[in-house]
Design a protein. Structure first.
Length: 142
């Protein structure tokens, strides 16, 4: 198992054992597990990721395809964008969600708020500047 897959597996197990709370780099941060199908393989994947809750709609969260500031988009983003649906584990609840990619000023506003709350996101944007714009996805309870 690769180091990244092992880290994901440990984070997922900790999330599920502690009703959605984990320690380490995610301690105190809002975290969800996002389920998606491979657009080529059809295989189910689960990725832990930080999210930003919508200001007024409790059934909407935003996730950010930072890929740790890498120059390419992560596979999970491409899978969700292609499918238009996925599932979200949030705390002890799992639900189906629709996927919408944010663009323009709406995308910029949501990303800026995440970067304000969690400065690592500003670093990711700086590292990808001129290479790619980090996608922001809205996951809305279906």
């Amino acid at each position: 198992m690769s180091e990244a897959l092992d880290w994901n597996a440990k984070t997922i197990a900790e999330f599920r054992a502690n009703e959605g709370r984990v320690g380490g780099v995610f301690e105190g941060a809002p975290l969800v597990l996002v389920h998606h199908r491979g657009r080529k393989s059809g295989r189910e994947y689960v990725n832990p990721m930080m999210y930003l809750p919508h200001d007024t709609e409790p059934d909407v969260v935003y996730v950010f395809a930072t890929n740790g500031g890498a120059p390419t988009d992560p596979d999970w983003y491409r899978n969700l964008a292609a499918a238009g649906t996925g599932s979200v584990e949030r705390g002890t609840e799992t639900y189906r969600a629709t996927v919408r990619e944010l663009t323009g000023a709406e995308r910029d506003r949501v990303y800026a708020e995440q970067a304000r709350r969690y400065p690592g996101f500003a670093d990711y944007a700086q590292r990808t500047e001129g290479i790619r714009t980090i996608p922001v996805l809205e996951l809305r309870r279906a």
